[in-house]
Design a protein around this ligand. Structure first.
Ligand SMILES: Cc1cc2nc3c(=O)[nH]c(=O)nc-3n(C[C@H](O)[C@H](O)[C@H](O)COP(=O)(O)O)c2cc1C
Length: 189
């Protein structure tokens, strides 16, 4: 979120947090409550070097309720360069793989696929059961990229922040937003 906010090539970011993600964020990030969620997330951690200098206040990110199936991103007529679900739970993967469109996240993903735009599903679970594997195959066959939250080690990350930073770089490169500081494997050097 911080990288997208700070990237001059990005005009608008639509942010949707599922109800269940609020619980996960409280547990994992110590960020709780819906009020000012975006500002709190933008202030949390130094994922990329860039900063909009506004102390976390979002400039180009708008937040939608996951229940708001009438939001702009629910329609294919709304221009968009792609969608990233990060992290993507097995529940949300299942909803997307089966075209349920029963929440804004699932509907926007459905729209992204039908409009043939990039959809990255950053799945996070281990181990996988056969339902998970089948749903990943279904989503991939429909055009999604299964992009597991798995850190790289060949760049010798010194800590988990660097792992997260390089993972974000790989994700954003996939939608055409190559980041400064992204690690590139150059074995000849
Ligand atoms: C702290 C915490 C971490 C979780 N991590 C994962 C995870 O990595 N992958 C996953 O599939 N579910 C995980 N879950 C379970 C999901 O949150 C749960 O299945 C939820 O219904 C998914 O809803 P969502 O897709 O709206 O986030 C986690 C739950 C909690 C409380």
């Amino acid at each position: 979120m911080r990288a997208l906010e700070a990237d001059p090539r990005v005009g608008r970011v639509h942010f949707v947090a599922s109800e269940n993600s609020l619980r996960v964020m409280a547990e994992e990030l110590g960020v709780s409550g819906r009020n000012d969620l975006l500002a709190k997330l933008l202030q949390t951690g130094e994922i990329l070097e860039a900063d909009n200098g506004l102390g976390g206040a979002p400039l180009k990110t708008v937040q939608h309720s996951d229940a708001d199936i009438g939001a702009a991103i629910a329609s294919g007529s709304h221009p968009s360069d792609g969608m990233i679900v990060l992290p993507c739970s097995m529940g949300t993967l299942a909803a997307i793989a089966h075209g349920l469109a029963n929440s804004l996240i699932a509907r926007a993903a459905d729209v992204t696929l039908k409009e043939r735009r990039p959809l990255l599903l950053c799945v996070r679970e281990t181990p996988f059961n056969r339902i998970h594997l089948r749903n990943m195959t279904l989503a991939a066959e429909a055009g999604a990229v299964i992009f597991p939250v798995i850190p790289a080690f060949y760049n010798r990350p010194v800590d988990s922040t660097e792992m997260a930073r390089q993972f974000v770089c790989r994700v954003l490169a996939h939608i055409g937003l190559t980041q400064p500081g992204a690690y590139v494997w150059r074995p000849e050097e």
